[in-house]
Design a protein around this ligand. Structure first.
Ligand SMILES: *[C@@H]1O[C@H](CO)[C@@H](O)[C@H](O)[C@H]1NC(C)=O
Ligand SMILES: *[C@@H]1O[C@H](CO)[C@@H](O)[C@H](O)[C@H]1NC(C)=O
Ligand SMILES: *[C@@H]1O[C@H](CO)[C@@H](O)[C@H](O)[C@H]1NC(C)=O
Ligand SMILES: *[C@@H]1O[C@H](CO)[C@@H](O)[C@H](O)[C@H]1NC(C)=O
Ligand SMILES: *[C@@H]1O[C@H](CO)[C@@H](O)[C@H](O)[C@H]1NC(C)=O
Length: 482
């Protein structure tokens, strides 16, 4: 008699299988906790952490090792010996693969600089385990090893680590070292991140021990920038003086650096003092005499008058982003998503001695959810109906003068809003929004910031930390000649 299989399997077989399953579940309960149901049928048993631990032990004990790495520190007798496995090394690095193919015996000799030799163990452990703990002072050495041995994922991870840890505390500072390294290896993304951090947080860098170690090229390129965020131009001059006295550069460097200071932005009473009391200025007076003369002319009358008679071909009348009170004001907005806020503050009419005692009052308005006019009118016409836009509008900031005055003629006010954030526990500049020339609004203000989220990276303790800077520009004075 022919029976189908299904019919032929006695019921106790099913029961038995079931019992067996239950049994194994109880016995191996702990291991099965990590089961992840992927679809209706397959289940993942995940023991990858165990595998990592075994790999770590394998490296530590060297069981089954088929290659000895002899890590020689260049210019010393120091040799570190690591029992390794060619399979693992070749899997992670084509450079190791090549070295292993061409070796003569069971040892491979590697020559490394002292800083790389010091982190070589960590590096090899990464090849076995795929994770690594990094300190600020190890990032460059590890990055060098990752580059040398073509371990690209580690190299990328380290670049990312560096861009995210620019503001971390370190006793001697690390950003300038990272900048120099980025420049040396041609990593433009990292270089630009370092440069932006330095430009945006110049005040704290100027006060750090790191400032003295800044290279000549970096110093000169920072001095050219108009987007530096710092207290005042005087602060920059004083930091420059400290740098020069510490580094004693050649006189052409001193001259280029001194000529990049924007003397027009320093009030005349401070310029008098520097002329008489700054050893640097006294020593190099001749090389900046023309600029000082121009600055005093600028301070002595209306800049509009000056522009009538002189064409100026330099940046001494272009402000940077100064945080001191004559140039703007901080503005902290608690719970920014709640409702619209307004705020008033005063600035000087202009940096010229002729204008600096005249005040301009500014009104700033912040809306967390602003609808462009078209969207808003539909909303009000339709009364109780919900607006069709689901994103609830976008943040907006408007900065307008409270009054108008004939004094404003010829001046345009360039507005900049600086947004602070917290990174590694420190307050850093998160974003800088420049308003278009003479407009009242920054078009893309906080467009990527998710203010609704309490953990938004634009908020500090649920508050928005802004600093508004007003930069009076006399266009007739700062048009550079071709
Ligand atoms: C396995 O577990 C590790 C750590 O517990 C986890 O990172 C990984 O994503 C898991 N893999 C899968 C396929 O679930
Ligand atoms: C690894 O080697 C050590 C001795 O060198 C030995 O005690 C240990 O049992 C070995 N482990 C394995 C997993 O083979
Ligand atoms: C291997 O041995 C050959 C001949 O002895 C020698 O020329 C070569 O440099 C050696 N290669 C390495 C990687 O040590
Ligand atoms: C303007 O500046 C450039 C470089 O900064 C210089 O080469 C040029 O001679 C200057 N022109 C005048 C008219 O001062
Ligand atoms: C970065 O700059 C902002 C404003 O210039 C300042 O408040 C902050 O303390 C700076 N942060 C660091 C880490 O230097």
């Amino acid at each position: 008699m022919v029976r189908s299989c299904e019919q032929g399997i006695p019921a106790w077989v099913y029961v038995g299988t079931l019992l067996l399953l239950i049994h194994s579940v109880t016995v191996r309960g702990a291991a099965l906790k990590q089961e992840v149901v992927l679809d209706n049928w397959a289940t993942v048993l995940n023991h990858s952490m165990n595998l990592v631990q075994r790999m770590e032990t394998l490296l530590a004990l060297g069981n089954g090792s088929d290659v000895t790495l002899r890590v020689q520190t260049i210019n010393t007798d120091e040799v570190k010996v690591i029992q390794a496995h060619s399979l693992v090394l070749a899997l992670q690095s084509d450079v190791f693969e090549e070295l292993l193919l061409t070796r003569n015996n069971s040892a491979v000799v590697l020559r490394e600089t002292p800083d790389c030799a010091a982190v070589f163990d960590k590096f090899v452990r990464y090849l076995y385990c795929g994770d690594i703990s990094v300190r600020l002072d190890q990032a460059i050495s590890l990055h060098k090893l990752a580059s040398k041995y073509h371990v690209w994922a580690l190299q990328q991870g380290l670049t990312q680590y560096m861009t995210q840890h620019l503001s971390s505390d370190s006793p001697t500072g690390h950003v300038i070292g990272w900048y120099n390294y980025a420049l040396q290896i041609g990593d433009m993304v990292l270089r630009d991140s370092c440069l932006q951090y330095l430009s945006w947080n110049l005040s704290s860098v100027l006060q750090s021990g790191e400032w003295g170690s800044i290279s000549e090229d970096l110093l000169l390129s920072l001095l050219q920038r108009s987007d530096l965020i710092l207290q005042s131009e005087l602060e920059l001059y004083e930091a420059l003086e400290a740098w020069i006295s510490q580094n004693q550069p050649v006189s052409s460097t001193v001259e280029s650096a001194l000529r990049a200071v924007r003397y027009g932005m320093i009030p005349p009473q401070h310029l008098f003092r520097l002329q008489k009391q700054s050893p640097l200025m006294q020593k190099n007076y001749e090389s900046i005499r023309d600029l000082l003369y121009l600055a005093f002319q600028f301070h002595s009358a209306s800049p509009i008058q000056l522009a009538k008679y002189f064409d100026v071909n330099c940046s001494i009348f272009t402000p940077r982003n100064y945080l001191s009170t004559s140039w703007g004001s901080p503005w902290v907005i608690n719970n920014p998503t709640r409702d619209d806020r307004s705020f008033s503050f005063q600035t000087q009419l202009g940096p010229s001695g002729h204008d600096s005692s005249k005040r301009v009052t500014w009104n700033a308005l912040f809306s967390p959810r602003w609808f462009p006019l078209s969207a808003r009118s539909t909303y009000t016409e339709l009364g109780a109906m919900q607006p069709t836009r689901t994103d609830g509008g976008r943040p907006r900031i408007i900065v307008t003068p409270a009054t108008s005055s004939p004094d404003f003629a010829g001046v345009s006010f360039q507005k900049t809003v600086i947004v602070m954030a917290r990174q590694q526990g420190k307050v850093v500049v998160r974003h800088v929004y420049n308003f278009h020339q003479s407009t009242e609004e920054a078009g893309d203000f906080l467009v990527d910031a998710d203010l609704q989220r309490r953990a938004s990276e634009y908020l500090i303790d649920s508050s928005l930390y802004l600093h508004i800077v007003i930069k009076p520009l006399y266009h007739t004075l700062i048009v550079a000649r071709k």
